[in-house]
Write a protein that binds this ligand. Structure first.
Ligand SMILES: Nc1ncnc2c1ncn2[C@@H]1O[C@H](COP(=O)(O)OP(=O)(O)O)[C@@H](O)[C@H]1O
Ligand SMILES: [Mg+2]
Length: 269
């Protein structure tokens, strides 16, 4: 991974250039509350007279610094769950607490601020703005926060360098490969030092080699202390995480710690 020349800094400490709108949640990790707490989340879509229950009593917590995969087949409710975790959508019933804040009680403008400050999103289709360069795509979250142009540019440059794209900063998305576009999206997600990274099928549109490289990047981000929730239908992708939540028909069937079955002599006492 050194080949990428990555320097994401530490996710848990406050970065030198972190702007005043960051959460500033530092301190002893052992005493920290979970970053995410979902209790009995239900999501019902109303379609005419019919209603479709897409999430059915989902409850789990995510500790800061964890790397979890939400694994399930197409249509099982994964993206709906990510949209709720990302404050893009609100649950029909149940309680969602993000970094100590109850999300249900908030209005649209507040949710937009929470999204910008706390969450970095990575999507299957990259969702870059096609007419802008990699650099401008990456600095947009900071500009939205009111960070100065100069600082936004510097931080975007260093994030693009961290994902190995220092020689592509002036390229537009159409002038980049899929893997490179996803790296721009990752740089954009990270540039504001979010508390949480949410990735929805981030390797879904990539060839297997680029997919492997993106997964290696996520593993590095986890080592650097980032909290990652990654959604996938692919068991091989999910196995790169530390914990897998198996979702089927809007329910969590199993909460699996990856690599817990190591032989006892290999365990650290
Ligand atoms: N806005 C919506 N209105 C109605 N039904 C929806 C909407 N979004 C998703 N669904 C339905 O909810 C189910 C779960 O969708 P989704 O969360 O996208 O699943 P996944 O990401 O696991 O493929 C699907 O049956 C889908 O058709
Ligand atoms: Mg989906």
């Amino acid at each position: 991974m050194k080949a990428f020349g990555m320097d994401f800094g530490s996710a848990s400490g406050s970065r030198g250039s972190r702007d005043s709108m960051g959460s500033g949640s530092t301190g002893d990790p052992a005493s920290e509350k979970p970053i995410i707490s979902l209790k009995d989340i239900t999501k019902v879509y109303k379609m005419g007279k019919q209603s479709l229950k897409v999430l059915d009593g989902v409850s789990f917590e995510v500790e800061k610094g964890d790397f979890i995969a939400i694994l399930g087949p197409s249509g099982s409710g994964k993206s709906t769950l990510m949209n709720i975790m990302g404050c893009i959508d609100i649950a029909t019933e149940g309680e969602y607490v993000l970094d100590g804040k109850n999300i249900k009680a908030r209005n649209e403008d507040e949710l937009a601020v929470i999204r910008n400050q706390k969450i970095g999103f990575i999507f299957q289709k990259f969702n870059l703005l096609m007419k802008y360069t990699a650099l401008h795509n990456t600095e947009i979250p900071l500009i939205l926060r009111g960070v100065s142009r100069k600082e936004a540019r510097e931080r975007a440059m260093s994030m693009l360098a961290a994902v190995g794209l220092e020689d592509r900063v002036d390229h537009k998305p159409t002038e980049l490969s899929g893997g490179q576009q996803q790296r721009v999206a990752i740089a954009r997600a990270l540039v504001g030092a979010p508390d949480l990274l949410l990735a929805d099928e981030p390797t879904g549109n990539l060839d297997s080699k680029s997919g492997q490289e993106i997964m290696a990047l996520f593993e590095q981000l986890h080592k650097d202390g980032h909290t990652i929730v990654l959604i996938t239908h692919d068991l091989n992708v999910a196995r790169r995480a530390k914990r897998i939540l198996h979702v089927r028909d809007g329910k969590i069937l199993e909460d699996e710690r990856v690599g817990e079955n190591v032989p006892s002599e290999e365990r650290v006492q």
